[in-house]
Design a protein around this ligand. Sequence first.
Ligand SMILES: C[S@@+](CC[C@H](N)C(=O)[O-])C[C@H]1O[C@@H](n2cnc3c(N)ncnc32)[C@H](O)[C@@H]1O
Length: 260
Amino acid sequence: MNMKITPFISNNNIYSQKSEKNSPAFGTTHRYYKNANGEFGTNTWPFRDDIDWKALSEYEKKHFKNTQKVNLVQFASSDGSEAYTQIISLIENNPSADDKKFFPIKAFDIDPEVVKAAQSRLLNTMTFDRVSLQMNTENYDKYFKETGKKLDIKDDIKFDSVKTLEVSKILTDKVVFENADMYKVLAKMEDNSNTILMCRNILGYFDDNKIENFIKLVAEKLKKGSLFLIGEHDTRISFTERYLGENGFTKVMKHVFKKL
Ligand SMILES: C[S@@+](CC[C@H](N)C(=O)[O-])C[C@H]1O[C@@H](n2cnc3c(N)ncnc32)[C@H](O)[C@@H]1O
């Protein structure tokens, strides 16, 4: 089944740059590649503003207050930007010793090149990303350091303002990046009502019937109380939200759904 490939267009088009592929865009990593299932796009950046990260982390802590271990799983994890965003949000908002129950995040992406980048503990950033990180944490210098090392991601669009940052062990120790297809991981997943499944800005690339089938599988796997997170790209051009409603999920905040 082929994916719908749509150009990544940002309203916040401050880093518009002509690329060979198409589209004005911004984002730490922006790469196209092909595999047996079709043409894919990776496009991500830290503190992607389609979710209220502070409110989310506070909700996660409250919701799983009486849970000893939370199974935090991330599909479509790309270069690590999103995992670092979730970790910073969890450790900085209402911090407590109990926060360790959320870690390590188990992060999966089907693209071996982008997984290799995430595993390198380096992160390519543009000015927008660094400003966004600095606005969202007072501990920027604790988490990220400029480095002479270069992170070369094959087929990534090269922007002039890219700086490679070294990511501190404070963050990298809290996530494990693995190269895997989310379908295979989902098929083996066991839930005990303690799962947060992040699957953001990927379903929107699939055809509708594939999205619906995926949501049905998620609904079979997740038990009452577990959370499922999607993104703007999933809601804007697909019926993902409708399928979630039809398969036993209720919306608890923008792009965050709870299994009933
Ligand atoms: C647009 S990026 C989204 C990144 C991040 N979740 C975010 O919201 O910023 C989509 C990612 O999904 C990955 N992907 C595509 N199909 C996948 C699959 N079947 N299993 C795991 N990852 C997949 C791509 O390699 C790409 O890195």
